[in-house]
Design a binder for this molecule. Structure first.
Ligand SMILES: [Zn+2]
Length: 405
């Protein structure tokens, strides 16, 4: 009896140890809360010489899209464009979803590339593929109620996404990338904010919590083909995510007074000192807590005013769009993806940060370091669980033998 009581006490202690160790093991195994996660991409200049975005092909797509005719929700041109995207990007799995709004049915097109080693994080690239049904900003009043070509306002963003879709599978990424072609962004009525971005709104409304939480970045490109490209940050977007843009644009020579990867002073394309406001496909995502940003050039044409120039006129034609501008935006997206700028990793502790600093001379990268530390703590947790389990089993065997005696 005495031996048995001692064994029971021993068992209680071991059970306590086991539970505590299991708990610690679980703590070290479970990925960190999203609030502890940060963007910490690697140096964009490491990848600058291997950029492969095809700006000529993107420019040709702009012309092709406008030749389809107005891509109004529910039109044949709209359906043909979706079909062409699906047929061109065979490494992506596509779904379409339709929603009734006002007097039309919109159709969102969503394609995802998911590599075998995906962490599950998802970078979503977004462009509206519809074109505006009227030219409300056109000087010629007799032409106001005719749909526009939408070469810059619609086709330019789609062209960039299609070209991205062609090169993403060879980037060796370890996360998902989704291309989201929104419908009915541009069918709205001025002064009625809710009549714009119907497609993006509907998509956000129908997201599951899990899907939403896995989106590390939601990046809109809209009106980015202007031959006189310039842009700023826009309001209702993620500051943390937008902060990743500065080193990438500087690396590409798109910031005045900043030196690019080749040591040359940049051009005044991205102005980091200003923020503009626009209603667009980023709003609903931002309001749903998704880190969202938007690349949009709000003054279309040489010396154009904001929301002036060729915007929403019949002058928004393919000849106003330049391959070079499409290429600059394409290169931002490509560089952001290959340098892991838009996925989240655990914030390094102070000790790790010091280690990283020490390692940075030989090109040590902080992201790999953090992942390594997480793997190590997981390993320690599992070993501890194993040892305690072994001890428990041994004591049980001894206990059973003593009981028999
Ligand atoms: Zn528009």
């Amino acid at each position: 009896m005495l031996i048995k009581r001692q064994s029971s006490e021993c068992l209680s202690v071991v059970a306590f140890l086991l539970i505590s160790t299991l708990f610690c093991g679980m703590l070290s195994s479970v990925s960190a809360d999203k609030s502890d996660m940060v963007y910490q991409g690697t140096d964009p200049c490491d990848y600058i010489e291997n950029l492969s975005f095809d700006s000529t092909s993107a420019n040709a797509s702009v012309s092709w899209q406008t030749e389809l005719g107005p891509r109004l929700p529910g039109s044949n041109a709209s359906a043909n464009l979706r079909l062409s995207i699906i047929e061109n990007l065979t490494d992506f799995s596509f779904t379409e979803s339709s929603h009734q709004r006002e007097n039309f049915t919109l159709t969102n097109l969503v394609g995802t590339y998911s590599p075998a080693n995906s962490t599950g994080q998802n970078v979503v690239l977004v462009a509206h593929y519809d074109s505006r049904f009227m030219a409300d900003r056109d000087d010629n009043e007799s032409m106001i109620y005719l749909p526009i070509d939408g070469a810059n306002d619609g086709a330019s963003g789609v062209a960039v996404l299609i070209e991205m879709g062609k090169i993403i599978p060879s980037m060796e990424l370890n996360h998902d990338v989704t291309l989201f072609f929104t419908d009915a962004e541009d069918q709205g009525t001025p002064s009625y904010p809710k009549t714009w971005s119907y497609g993006a709104d509907a998509w956000v409304e129908n997201l599951t919590e899990d899907y939403r939480d896995n989106i590390s970045a939601y990046i809109v490109v809209d009106m980015i083909g202007d031959a006189f490209l310039d842009f700023t940050k826009v309001s209702y977007t993620s500051n943390d995510l937008w902060d990743t843009v500065t080193p990438i644009t500087a690396a590409l020579g798109m910031m005045e007074n900043q030196v690019d990867c080749y040591g040359n002073l940049g051009q005044p394309i991205y102005d980091s000192s200003k923020t503009r406001s626009v209603i667009d496909d980023h709003i609903a995502a931002h309001q749903a807590g998704i880190p969202a940003i938007n690349f949009i050039d709000l003054n279309y044409g040489e010396n154009a005013s904001f929301f002036g120039g060729y915007w929403h006129t019949h002058d928004d034609t393919a000849d106003k769009v330049s391959a070079e501008s499409l290429g600059l935006i394409g290169n931002i997206l490509e560089l952001g993806l290959v340098s892991s700028a838009w996925t989240l990793t655990e914030e390094p502790s102070e000790n790790n940060a010091n280690d990283n600093e020490a390692n940075s001379n030989d090109g040590g990268n902080s992201q790999a370091k953090v992942e390594n530390t997480v793997e190590k703590s997981k390993f320690v947790g599992y070993v501890a669980i194993g040892i305690v389990s072994l001890v428990l089993i041994t004591i049980l065997i001894v206990d059973i033998r003593n009981a028999k005696q």
